[in-house]
Design a protein around this ligand. Sequence first.
Ligand code: COA
Length: 202
Amino acid sequence: MFEAPLTDVRGAARLRPLEPHQAEEFAAHLDRAREHIRPWVGPSFVTTDVDGARATLQRYADATARDGNRIFGIWADEVVEPVETTGRAMQTLVGGVMFVEFSAAAGTCEIGCWLEPAAEGRGLITAASRMLLTYAFDERGLHRAEWRCRADNARSSAVAERLGMTLEGVLREAWKVGERFYDKQVWSVLAGSRVSARTRPR
Ligand SMILES: CC(C)(COP(=O)(O)OP(=O)(O)OC[C@H]1O[C@@H](n2cnc3c(N)ncnc32)[C@H](O)[C@@H]1OP(=O)(O)O)[C@@H](O)C(=O)NCCC(=O)NCCS
């Protein structure tokens, strides 16, 4: 399966499609990530067992087959085993990025993301999201990419800003967690404005 190095980050990390056959690995990763991501992502993503993890990946696989939504995992080299043992780095699934919406017909997409706590602060999501923007705009000719997050999700907003996105507005109390409603920010970048996004410092 193809993989792309996330070259502008410290340490080795790779982006690859995340597929139903990786459900056990995804479920083990969710055990490390679950409580960290629960307040900030859609409830259907926060599954508790392998069947739930497989259902998420199958949902994406079905959508991808229709040229719709897509999900990609980020594998980082956490432990390098001695060459005499295996001769390769041990890679751990630490998070990912996805097109939570992707419509070639409408020319629009929305990017989402998550990480387990140990993988934060390395620029992995910014680098991976840039790859998705390149795919959407340069390869597929889409016109607009969105980023939606809870208004109090500072780390998520910071990624959108780093990607050169513009904060378009706030949907009031549009994000329900438990019994509480939170404001939701809508960020976007348009195909034509990506030159400035690329040259913008992080
Ligand atoms: C949102 C989330 C994915 C952001 O993770 P993140 O690590 O802050 O984002 P990135 O991977 O882009 O890394 C940026 C951080 O790495 C640092 N960094 C290091 N090298 C970098 C590089 N080459 N490029 C960019 N940033 C780099 C940045 O300074 C920043 O750290 P700081 O905020 O401490 O200054 C993560 O906080 C998370 O999973 N939260 C819970 C789930 C969630 O909110 N998902 C999004 C729902 S909308």
